[in-house]
Ligand binder design. Sequence first.
Ligand code: AGP
Length: 616
Amino acid sequence: MCGIVGYIGLDRAGSVMLDGLKRLEYRGYDSSGMVVSAGKGFEQIKRTGRVVKLEESLKEPQLGGNLGISHTRWATHGDVSEANAHPHTSSDGKISLVHNGVIENYNGMKDFLAGKGYTFQSETDSEALCNLIAYHYDKEPKDGKKNPFHEAVRKSLRHVEGTYGIAVVCPDFPEDLIGARKGSPLIVGIGKGEHLLASDVSAITHCTQNVVYLDDNEVVHLKKDNFSISTVSSKSVEAVIHKVDWDTSEAELGDYDHFMQKEIFEQPTSLENGMRGRFSDDGSTAFFGGLNLNPQELCQIDRILFLACGTAWHSCLVAEYLIERFARIPVEVEYASEFRYRNAPLDKNTLVVAISQSGETIDTLGALREAKRKGFRTLAINNSVGSTIARESDGGIYQHAGSEIGVASTKAFTSQIMICAMLALYLGRLRDLSYGDGVQIVNALKKLPEQVKEILKQNDKIAAVAKKFAKYEDCLFLGRQLMFPIALEGALKLKEISYIHAEGYPAAEMKHGPIALICEDCPSVFLVTSGETFSKSLANVQEVKARKGKVICIATEDCDIPDGLVDETILVPECHEIVKPILMSIPIQLFSYHVALERGCDVDKPRNLAKSVTVE
Ligand code: AGP
């Protein structure tokens, strides 16, 4: 999704914004640009491609300047071109703007503005908003009673249908920077003699740790030494300053080749951090500080609805199996994008849980708001402190997995399913789960970091297997019960970074269609664990082998896989049922990573994808 960095204050606007855009590259984009006051008015520079292209175009004065706005664009309206890149400047030259979001009524705006003599250089919705602000600015009285620039932004936003996070400048007001948000995140950075705007806190932590998270329909007016926040309808808002405990080293690669690789290998630590301080003294259950629901209220819950997108949705599917198995509470899982428009009937004792690594996914946010509108209690399992989803849910559980930069989610996924396992344990121990069963689960969870380290030692072996399978254009991932969501996750990992067409299915579903795909050119990855489905999983493997399909089998060590049955075997340590999804995820992450490398794909910035999907 688009990235925004705005700056006002000292003579370093261009360089601060450039650093900020580089820190936002992981979000996914296709062009970038900035407007900077470099002494003689504003200068606008825009380039397609990577931020380095913009950097190469900047001259010394443009790295300075005391005011500027900048942007990385993930195309929604209009193709990838310099004209469509942001910032946009109004045809009268009075307003420049960068925008993240989707303006749904921009065509009507363009028709109205064209009738007023405004012209358009791009196909974007953002340029329509830019000209609309210029129109209102032109109409504003310049009698000094009100700031016409601020009033023009405020009045224009009242006509917008859709979502926006914007930063705006006006050459007539070289001491003013204005930002606003509705549906797309925007954060204010508070520095010494300088202020910043950003769509993501990671873009500005090199300048300040003090931030204010704007809420929807808020407008912030920044000068170098002060700022004020008000609503679009002019009601003033008191700023709440948060201190970001961001460890800037997290946003650096260190000794790794890619962020995805780094984050796969960080999982022993991220799992440890997510569990820290969350087990009871008697070692038989877990607890969370921020649920804002006491045991009595939790015992009234008779259904849990999980909402998410993508990998987080796979976490919800794991949660369904675990909570129904260990807490005996019925669970439903919905794609957030579907739930928000489905008007599903829910009974009043339903708890709604949103899972989101970024805490800004617009469909998950929309579904959460829909659930709140209907009066349901909401929780968020989230990896981004201060994110919109975290702030708008009634309670929540932070993952503490550390920042996840790679577009393909890895440590956030295993952290989410670990949190869901702990939630299942906690809810189960409020109901029928025995002390002994609880102690076994806590012990299994505590062993996870060491067991993950053991699996990571197979990196080279898994890389060798990946090399053999990187040539295929199709691949099936198959698993039963708790391994079905992991099969889906394996398929998503492989498709999103290697562009192989991969699909995940419950293994038993093979005979209902997918087996037609099996041939020498369509390998299968089977996720096999011991227990009641083991023999049936083996039967499914044999059905594939009988049709010349190649098979990679990822299995727990206590599975007796007959010699010669499969083409490759990757084993994970024997473990408690509740942690199998986590351990079995590690090999599929490494497999997809190495296949993508072998195919020369951009692992951390896969084509067309963004780290946080903040537009519908
Ligand atoms: C996962 O590898 C993808 N990057 C994507 O599916 C992601 O999980 C999804 O967009 C949800 O993001 P969130 O967890 O930040 O809400």
